[in-house]
Design a protein around this ligand. Sequence first.
Ligand SMILES: [Cu+2]
Length: 277
Amino acid sequence: MAARGEQDQAKPTLKFIEPHDGQTINGSTVNLKLSLSGDLKGYKPMKDPATGTGNHIHVILDNQPYEAYYNLDQPFELRNVSEGKHTLRVFPSRPWHESFKNEGAFQMVTFTVKGGGDASKPTTTNSGQRMADSQSAANKTETPLKSANSNAATNSNAAAPREGKDMAGGNASDVDMKKPLLTYSRPKGEYKGADTEAIMIDFWLWNAKLQGDGGDYRVRYSVDGGEAKYIDKWEPIWLKGWTPGKHTVKLELVDKDGNVVANGDYNSTSRDITVTP
Ligand SMILES: [Cu+2]
């Protein structure tokens, strides 16, 4: 931790350069460009080639699992995005995927794609070149929680000219930035070895203060459809006692009466994760 200096106390803020809110995009590729500013205290997104980890931005299309965006100097391509209305949400993360929660860290835009993706065609760049690495980029799995080793080899596509992912899209038509919004961030993907001992639940809250923070809302979670539990302060929690295999984590934003707060369907999210001993 000493090597990270003060950066975990940074207040990084993000802005969308593109797409901008309300934009209409022709074609199935959406280029994401962000600018990072604020009180950074040395915070900079970058993947360490030796470990495959580093500070990064979480990028969420609609309500899918996030993708990690490490190099803001290069555009991040969302490929094969389907026709229709979509949202993008972004926020900065530490190497162990805990998000920064300061004002301005979270940004969201809504945009519309016309002439969306066709999965039967090869992925190309905007200059028409075929992206030979598109499949490996799409299949990459991010190195889980605080790991500094296991995925270094499989993350060798860090050398690829662009970061990106094939994304099918979803339904964003009813999401309203003026309403309370819970953004599921973690856990996701595969957890191995030492990373399986304590697995972090982390999320972003917009327009919603939790009861323990002086507000009206609660975050309800369950694992594998089990007993509902509550998070009443906006902080990550770490859960222990995971058995090997597939698990489902459900995270919901609920009001005083325990009803899920309607905002599209984003305030109730389930994710499958895999725990490997
Ligand atoms: Cu992450």
